[in-house]
Design a protein around this ligand. Structure first.
Ligand SMILES: Nc1ncnc2c1ncn2[C@@H]1O[C@H](COP(=O)(O)OP(=O)(O)OP(=O)(O)O)[C@@H](O)[C@H]1O
Length: 271
């Protein structure tokens, strides 16, 4: 059964400076199904963060529409829509409001008028999901960049939005925390039907998505499964398993001739 569409971006066009002709985004259209994990990749300056800011209503499109859960984003609807979509961006220092880690995670929940006991449970769950439960009483400004980022992610996870939009949110994380959060996202997607949209330069992260959107100079130039994208787009650096497959292939080893996921590579090596 087809899953409902949670996000629809239609013919989106945007310029930062209306006096200039060059668009930052030109006629970008795509849709995302509920419970899908979509990665958005592309070179620096290709317009990914601008797209994220438009989707949460921090910027206003010059042309085109954004529909979230069947509601068109506008000045009137953006506050309601923001409850459905949580954005985590790359600079955690700018995302703190509370004086302790738990206050900070509580912030969005307090806005929702949640009873205190429920709130405490949600904060604890969210901090555990990012491995920061022992830091609950610490001052957020004294955390490392990666720890701050994990708390910012906990703040969004606690709200359980329909869509989690991550803009390079894992950049500061150590590899172990990063892997842990990938598992958390997979869990939320599979068990709670949460939609994940992750803007990333990390090919291994993009390879985990159901679908990849490739941006170039403000245009959406390709979309497809990781297999489709990494086996046809030579401009993108492939994920680790695919790099290994290509190197083995170049050495004349009899590897399968198409893109392989990490699991497929392990299975093939252990056959
Ligand atoms: N506030 C701003 N004012 C004017 N121009 C901006 C602003 N923010 C971004 N731009 C420009 O818009 C274009 C797209 O930037 P954007 O940050 O969306 O790209 P990106 O794909 O997210 O890049 P990166 O991978 O480096 O994060 C760039 O040319 C950038 O210089």
């Amino acid at each position: 059964m087809a899953r409902p569409t949670i996000l629809e971006v239609n013919d989106l066009t945007f310029r930062y400076d209306l006096r200039k002709d060059n668009n930052t985004l030109s006629s970008v259209s795509f849709s995302v199904q509920q419970g899908e994990w979509v990665a958005i990749v592309g070179d620096n300056g290709s317009g990914k963060s601008t797209l994220a800011r438009l989707i949460v209503g921090l910027l206003e499109a010059e042309k085109g529409t954004i529909t979230i859960d069947n509601e068109i984003l506008s000045e009137d609807t953006k506050w309601r829509i923001r409850e459905k979509i949580g954005l985590v961006f790359q600079n955690p220092e700018n995302q703190f409001i509370g004086t302790t880690v738990q206050d900070d995670v509580a912030f969005g929940l307090e806005n929702n008028n949640m009873p205190y006991e429920d709130m405490k449970l949600k904060i604890e769950d969210a901090l555990q999901l990012v491995g920061m439960e022992t830091y609950r009483l610490k001052d957020p400004s004294q955390l490392s960049g990666g720890q701050m980022q994990r708390v910012a992610i906990a703040g969004i996870l606690a709200l359980k939005p329909d869509v989690i939009l991550l803009d390079e949110a894992f950049v500061m994380l150590d590899p172990q925390s990063r892997r842990g959060l990938f598992s958390t996202l997979k869990y939320l997607k599979e068990n709670e039907n949460i939609t994940i949209i992750s803007i990333t330069h990390d090919r291994n992260e993009a390879a985990l998505a159901d679908r990849i959107l490739v941006m170039d100079e403000g245009k959406l130039i390709q979309e497809g499964t990781p297999k489709e994208v990494f086996s046809t787009n030579n401009q993108l650096e492939p994920p680790f398993a695919e790099q290994l497959r290509r190197k083995l292939n170049a050495k004349g080893r009899k590897v399968p001739q198409t893109y392989m996921t990490e699991d497929e590579m392990v299975k093939w090596l252990c056959r």
